[in-house]
Write a protein of this length. Structure first.
Length: 348
């Protein structure tokens, strides 16, 4: 009787999780020192920190922050909530925040709202479930529920990219109505009197809406100057900018100065002007917002307003680190005005 071929034995090697005790043994330090390294790195000497870092790398140790409870995990997590991760403006700020916070071994938890307050509220609930060391929000417009959740949490809060009122705790940014004022003033100085503001998604992007309002108020307070807003509900893009210019030339054929809610819209305006034979800046002056990577290289180069995205990130991180370093101190409301810069180029 033929015997069935035996199947090769498969041995399963049980993988053992590396623990904080293993790291301590490898670094020749106490477990409490290693624990302190993760919770309060500044409290550990440089020599001990170096020994622990070498042990972590050698053992491929991944700390289980939740093992010690949410309170232990909270000291190393900062929740950052932005309107869009696709937006280059916010990407620059997040990169600066992560770089500065990372120097203190603070971890970033990033999420985005697509400009919807209800989504922001849900994301804040999720963030608070991690008992974060701090929460970073974009702008000053939040739902009542979001404000209540954050007020009750006692977590440090930094609102970025906008100044005004009310501020929940700390804020780093600039006044968007002043951006609109600067754009209008620049066009007026160039002798333009028939002005338009072209914007995308102004019903959701409240900072862009404030820029539009500042633009209109400044223009209309000037003698013999007209100003209107034309907007599109879709997200900003060059395609939307081209469509908006087409509508603008149809409705206001004498327009001679345009400000755009951002540089993507302005780029579309430039493209459509080239297709339509509208000379820039002889016939039409154009001002953008953002100073994106293409703005200086476009033809003509784009006059625009540069927001200090990296500085906003660095200052927000500085406030967070200072608050964490002195948790028992009476918190002082900090408001930092980073301002902005108007860059005059060929389009105006």
């Amino acid at each position: 009787m033929a015997m069935a071929a035996s199947k090769p034995l498969r041995t399963r090697r049980k993988m053992q999780r590396v623990t904080i005790m293993d790291v301590a043994a490898r670094a020749e330090l106490s477990p409490s020192t290693v624990s302190l390294y993760f919770r309060k790195p500044d409290a550990v000497s440089a020599a001990a920190s170096e020994a622990i870092a070498r042990a972590i790398e050698a053992l491929d140790y991944v700390p289980n922050l939740m093992a010690g409870g949410l309170a232990a995990a909270s000291s190393r997590v900062v929740s950052i909530i932005v309107p869009s991760v696709r937006n280059a403006f916010f990407a620059e700020t997040v990169a600066a925040l992560q770089d500065e916070l990372g120097k203190q071994r603070l971890q970033v938890m990033l999420s985005h709202t697509e400009y919807k307050e209800h989504d922001e509220e849900n994301l804040v609930r999720v963030a608070l479930s991690w008992a974060p060391a701090a929460v970073v929000l974009t702008g000053l417009s939040h739902s009542a529920a979001t404000r209540r959740l954050l007020r009750d949490s006692k977590v440090p809060i930094v609102e970025i990219w906008e100044l005004g009122s009310p501020t929940m705790d700390m804020a780093v940014g600039f006044h968007h109505d002043q951006v609109g004022h600067a754009a209008a003033s620049h066009l007026l100085q160039r002798g333009r009197k028939r002005l338009l503001f072209l914007g995308a998604r102004l019903h959701e992007d409240r900072r862009a809406a404030r820029r539009a309002q500042g633009f209109i108020e400044t223009a209309r307070n000037t003698t013999d100057v007209t100003a209107e807003i034309i907007q599109h509900p879709a997200p900003a893009s060059a395609e939307v900018g081209a469509m908006l210019l087409g509508e603008a030339l149809h409705r206001f054929p004498n327009v001679d100065g345009i400000a755009c809610s951002n540089d993507h819209i302005a780029l579309g305006v430039i493209f459509e002007c080239q297709r339509s034979g509208v000379a820039i800046p002889e016939r039409l002056s154009v001002v953008g917002f953002g100073d994106l990577s293409f703005s200086a290289a476009s033809n003509p180069s784009l006059t625009t307003i540069r927001p200090p995205g990296d500085l906003i990130g660095k200052e927000a991180a500085r406030l967070i680190i200072a608050r964490i370093a002195h948790p028992d101190a009476e918190p002082e409301q900090a408001v930092i005005d980073t301002r902005f810069t108007l860059l005059h180029r060929q389009s105006s």
